[in-house]
Design a protein around this ligand. Structure first.
Ligand code: GLP
Length: 242
């Protein structure tokens, strides 16, 4: 595990974007596992900026996103599909048929999850998996108690996740209660994992995830076992690290 300490959110974003950029330069047809949330927004901004300066080319890249809310279609403003288009894909030259997000509008969980695992396999697995972390230690939407050996599956969101994510919706009632998420098994099979965290609300969970016991109660703690994990934290998120 390599921990990179950044001074600020912007510095974290730039450092993490550098690592993603290096991946794309080293392997132009790589598969990126991308993430939503506030944490990666700065990374996407930075990558768009480098794309506009002709420093990075996404024409051969494939993106396979981590998760999606059940019940939200692509055109729903809070769907993760929409988030990714708005914050990243619309601004770069990635092919639309190289973009994958679990289909939240399909209620047939078995079909959605089976298809998604087949897509991941068809592209040869994920080269670089970008991850944020939930305040309860979730990665993707793998909530505490999630089995480590699962592929893509449907989950019920924890109350703390609904509370944390309600800021994006008009009211708490509108926050979906379920999601499709890539499983921890798939995340652990990624060749490289890049975990980012920003802000004081993440300090305790980042410490527990990286230095506490490896337990399904803290899903991100399994990342301690990943052979190629890089963590980029800003000063606040890294405040409790040794
Ligand atoms: C959501 C996503 C996660 C993300 C987490 C943290 O629940 N499913 O992938 O890591 O939020 O989000 P933020 O970066 O906004 O704190």
């Amino acid at each position: 595990m390599k921990i990179i300490r950044a001074n600020s959110y912007q510095d974290m974003s730039r450092k993490a974007a550098n690592l993603i950029s290096a991946q794309v330069i080293m392997k132009p047809n790589c598969v990126l596992g991308l993430a939503t949330g506030s944490s990666p927004e700065g990374i996407y901004k930075q990558l768009i900026d480098w794309y506009n300066k002709d420093d990075i080319d996404f024409s051969q890249v494939t993106s396979i996103n981590l998760d999606e809310y059940v019940g939200l279609s692509h055109d729903h403003e809070q769907s993760y599909w929409h988030f990714m288009q708005k914050h990243f894909f619309e601004h770069i030259n990635i092919r639309q048929d190289h973009i994958f997000v679990p289909d939240g509008s399909n209620p047939d969980a078995e079909e959605v999850c089976r298809n998604y695992d087949q897509i991941i396999q068809r592209f040869g697995g994920i080269d670089l998996q970008l991850l944020g972390i939930g305040v309860d230690g979730h990665i993707g939407f793998n909530e505490p108690g999630a089995a480590f050996e699962l592929g893509t599956h449907k989950v019920r969101l924890q109350e703390s996740t609904i509370q944390a994510n309600k800021r994006f919706f008009e009211s708490e009632d509108e926050v979906p209660k379920e999601a499709y998420t890539m499983g921890i098994k798939t995340i652990m099979q990624a060749h490289k994992v890049l975990l980012i965290a920003s802000g004081s609300a993440k300090a305790t969970i980042i410490r527990d995830a990286l230095y506490g016991p490896v337990t399904p109660q803290v899903p991100a703690s399994i990342l301690q076992m990943h052979p190629d994990l890089t963590v980029v934290v800003d000063r606040e998120a890294g405040a409790l690290l040794p």
